[in-house]
Ligand binder design. Structure first.
Ligand SMILES: [Zn+2]
Ligand SMILES: [Zn+2]
Ligand SMILES: [Zn+2]
Length: 224
């Protein structure tokens, strides 16, 4: 092996070593002790604010990304991508207002500060339809009276970040025999009346399931 190729070899090795090192450095705080997914840096006391950084999508006005340092922008972009992943794991029907075009294009953490700002601003703009949806909370509806306590059952809505949508919260339980009760009454009914269903037990080695009868029609209903 001649001298030149040896130098090239060692130079190559050095680059590889440097690359190895680069791999385990935390992208946010440059520490070698951990990777970015468990970064413990407190960002000079700004950690708490940055942890909520991905919520910038819900800000009414375009967030002032310019005041943030490049590593802070990266931190936000990284957690925003995790949030995006969570959105897509959910029922697609619920996420219809979400702009899907960014799904396969997470913000590249190696971008310059100016490019990071541009990319985050594009994400924020793409979120307008979700922000519009957030402004229009569905009105709660009063449903039928609970036949036990005679109070109205209601259907209200709560905003869920994971689906970027309003999600129904019902305070009633509808049985398979199509009778509805408020959750409180149904819970106390099952608490007081549940029993083991020996008849339904096909296999005598397995534990019998619990059941109750519907207070309206006596239909037998399996409960946990
Ligand atoms: Zn770190
Ligand atoms: Zn009730
Ligand atoms: Zn019934």
């Amino acid at each position: 092996m001649d001298c030149k190729s040896q130098t090239t070899m060692s130079a190559k090795k050095a680059t590889e070593k440097a690359k190895e090192k680069e791999k385990v450095r935390c992208v946010f705080c440059n520490s070698l002790s951990h990777k970015m997914d468990n970064c413990n840096s407190n960002f000079n006391g700004r950690r708490e604010a940055l942890d909520k950084g991905w919520c910038f999508l819900m800000d009414g006005g375009r967030p002032n990304f310019e005041i943030l340092a490049a590593n802070e922008l990266r931190f936000i972009a990284y957690h925003y991508a995790a949030y995006e992943g969570a959105i897509h794991d959910w029922n697609q029907k619920n996420t219809q207002h979400y702009n899907r075009k960014f799904r396969f294009r997470p913000v590249d953490l190696s971008l310059s500060k100016a490019q990071l700002i541009k990319e985050l601003a594009r994400r924020w703009e793409g979120f307008q339809s979700v922000r519009d949806l957030y402004q229009t909370k569905p009105v709660p509806t009063e449903d039928d009276d609970c036949p036990i306590c005679l109070e109205c059952t209601t259907t209200s809505y709560t905003w869920m970040h994971t689906v970027s949508s309003w999600v129904k919260v019902e305070d009633k339980v509808t049985t398979e025999c199509k009778h509805s009760f408020c959750k409180t009454c149904w819970a106390s009914h099952t608490e007081k009346n549940r029993r083991y269903d020996y008849q339904a037990r096909g296999n005598h080695h397995s534990a019998p399931n619990l059941c109750v009868n519907c207070p309206m029609c006596r239909h037998k209903i399996a409960v946990k």
